[in-house]
Design a protein around this ligand. Structure first.
Ligand code: MIC
Ligand code: SF4
Length: 641
């Protein structure tokens, strides 16, 4: 039987397990990336493993999230990460060099390689034919130490593309269309492979926009073939030697095939507050816009910025709109400046921000009260923008620029002729903002610089046979890690300080939770389906661990968060009968007995001491996960404690 592209890369990197969907496999990891909001924790964990040098082909530490530096905290964390990178053999991408995924695509990604990153949008690398996955910081730490990365062997969806995008229709609209078809849960347990004759019409940055937002489908990752377009992209980046062709076998088998005709797509928007709440621009043209933000790892390539500049050229934005533009990398910004397009953007009235995540993670640029904000980003979860009642719509750069001009949601096709952009044959290469590590001989002399913001991470305790604890919080479906551990300008600087962060845990759902959990000492959380979707932040597991959460019972879990819970020694359990969810009430006293036996057999009994009812739970863990839970989490298991 033939293989898909992803299966070929998996086969070439398989160190344990067999490739039967649903079973656990271990993969050798060629490259890792971290960003600063998850990086400090990942490097503290790496240090605690006690390895002298990273064992990957390439590891890069990016600073792109916490660049506001409104106090000493971030600057200290950046220094810490820079010193760790120097000592342990990791390249350090300075603040200002750009958003990790954009820079990685430009300068480091290689077709056919495996990449894990402590950021959920690491699948952006699938645009260049990498098997790139988001992971918790601890998993990245272990991979840097040469350890394998464990995942459940995914099933395969193929999206068969035909036709070509029409003027003013964008790769972002392809992402929104697949979200409309599959929903934020539809990709869970799958790798999404993009194929068909339409693929050759898409550039690498367009493909990367699509694989980037595959994260919003809950997919393990998304991947494109590596073809002549990939080759030309690598050559334009001066990296022609990194090219290898990659395609699926003609008889490769997919679990599901979805057809999308690119020629039939039109400009779309994801409406508040979920990336799968899709409507067309035509339907929403009456909505007044307060703010427009262009950038993020989804839409900040040179081509995206050039399109925006061409639409804005010679025009002024509507007086009631505030427009921000954040180019994805220093390379993009420099080239925009060199060709004059940056002047067109500035002249239109836009506020040009630095090459970083910025507004996407609520680092400034929060909308006004109940403000309508159109963003070329990938997530519009409630409160993520920093304004609790902000109404965030996810859109293409073309739609964003058009709406900034009119002040209303505007189908860019109404602007008339689509401006042509010319892409350069060669990109401007200047890697001076990537600092190389010390050599192995000099590494011993490098001192690690720790600031007072860095507090030790909480340690998990080994599983006990009986767990009696109150249900301190019951939440609904599609709870994101932004609900569990919010980000934003006020909180993000404390990513290295779990005790402080804990005050904000579940703040969007129930501000009283942290106090209640601490008072209870031990507790259990109940959630609906797709619990923990979104960001890879392991803080969404480490902070509950700090607050004494021992188990989360849900209808289903998102992949990275379930792994983070187990890594932190917290039990993720699912209801055998999802309707039992309705029978549990916040405040009930719950009990789980014979847990040692239960994790072996895969089924546990939950006893509700308050109502006297009992329920069946599924606790389907691999051998390795069972050992991790018994040891008290991944670090203790890795260190053999
Ligand atoms: C995000 O987009 O939510 C983030 C911020 O990039 C996160 C990582 C984090 O929480 O630090 C992600 O996507 O994993
Ligand atoms: Fe940064 Fe936003 Fe991309 Fe996350 S989604 S990596 S915050 S740009």
């Amino acid at each position: 039987m033939g293989l898909t592209i992803a299966q070929k890369i998996i086969k070439a990197h398989l160190v344990e397990g067999d490739m039967t969907p649903g079973s656990e496999i271990a993969l050798r990891i060629d490259q890792t990336l971290t960003q600063d909001a998850t990086g400090t924790m990942a490097y503290l964990e790496f240090e605690s493993i006690g390895i002298k040098r990273v064992r990957t082909e390439l590891s890069v530490a990016y600073i792109d999230h916490n660049t506001l530096q409104s106090g000493f905290e971030n600057a200290d964390d950046h220094r810490y990460i820079q010193s760790v990178a120097k000592k342990y053999g990791i390249r350090f991408s300075r603040p200002g060099n750009g958003i990790c995924h954009q820079v990685h695509l430009e300068r480091f990604g290689k077709p056919g390689k495996t990449l894990i990153g402590s950021d959920s949008h690491t699948p952006t690398g699938g645009g260049i034919g990498m098997l790139a996955m988001g992971a918790g910081g601890m998993d990245v730490a272990v991979a840097m130490g040469g350890g394998a990365y464990y995942i459940t062997m995914p099933k395969m969806i193929k999206v068969n593309l035909t036709g070509a995008l029409r003027p003013f229709v964008s790769a972002k609209d392809v992402s929104l269309e697949i979200l409309r078809i599959l929903s934020v849960k539809g990709g869970v347990g799958y790798i999404i492979e993009w194929g068909g004759e339409g693929v050759s019409t898409l550039t690498v940055p367009q493909r990367a926009t699509i694989t980037n937002m595959g994260t919003e489908l809950g997919a393990t990752t998304s991947i494109f073939p590596s073809d002549e377009v990939t080759k030309a992209f690598l050559e334009s980046q001066g990296r022609g030697e990194d090219y290898v062709p990659l395609s699926s076998d003609p008889d490769a088998v997919y679990d599901r095939i979805i057809d999308i005709n690119l020629s039939e797509l039109k400009p779309l928007l994801a409406c508040p507050h979920s990336p799968d709440n899709i409507k067309s621009a035509e339907e929403l043209s009456h909505i007044k816009v307060d703010q427009v933000c262009i950038g993020s790892c989804t839409n900040s390539s040179l081509a995206d910025m050039l399109k925006v500049a061409a639409i804005l050229k010679g025009k002024t934005i509507d007086p009631s709109v505030s427009l921000s533009v954040s180019p994805g990398s220093k390379q993009v910004l420099t080239m925009l400046a060199d060709c004059g397009a940056l002047s067109d953007i500035i002249a239109s009235g836009a506020r040009v921000l630095e090459c970083a995540c910025g507004p996407c993670i609520g680092m400034g640029f929060s909308p006004n009260s109940a403000g309508v904000s159109l963003r070329t980003f990938n997530r519009n979860f409630e409160g993520r923008s920093g304004t609790r009642d902000g109404q965030v719509y996810l859109v293409s750069p073309e739609l964003a620029a058009a709406s900034a001009l009119t002040g209303y949601i505007t189908d860019p096709r109404t602007l008339g002729e689509c401006p042509e952009i010319t892409m350069p044959e060669k990109f401007k290469i200047n890697d001076s903002a990537v600092i190389m590590p010390a050599s192995e001989t000099e590494a011993d002399e490098v001192e690690i610089l720790r600031g007072p913001n860095i507090k030790p991470f909480p340690e998990a305790t080994p599983l006990t046979d009986t767990l009696t604890a109150p249900l301190t919080l019951k939440v609904g479906d599609n709870i994101t890690t932004d609900h569990i551990m919010p980000a934003g300008a006020k909180i993000l600087p404390y990513r290295s300080n779990i005790p402080y962060l804990s005050k904000f845990c579940f703040g969007v759902c129930d501000e009283t939770f942290p106090e209640r959990a601490l008072e209870a000492g031990k507790s259990i959380i109940v959630g609906g389906s797709n619990y923990g979707q979104g960001s890879s932040r392991e803080h969404a597991a480490l902070v509950p661990l700090y607050l004494g959460v021992k188990a989360v019972i849900a209808k289903s879990f998102a992949r990275i968060h379930a792994a983070n819970l187990i890594n932190a020694g917290i039990l993720p359990l699912t209801f055998k009968n999802p309707e039992d969810y309705d029978k549990l009430t916040q405040g009930d006293e719950l009990e789980l007995v014979n847990l040692f036996e239960a994790i072996k057999t895969g089924s546990a009994k939950l006893f509700d001491k308050t109502t006297g009812e009992s329920f069946e739970l599924v606790c389907d863990f691999s051998d390795r996960q069972q050992k991790m839970l018994l040891a008290g989490g991944l670090l203790k298991y890795t260190k053999g404690e």
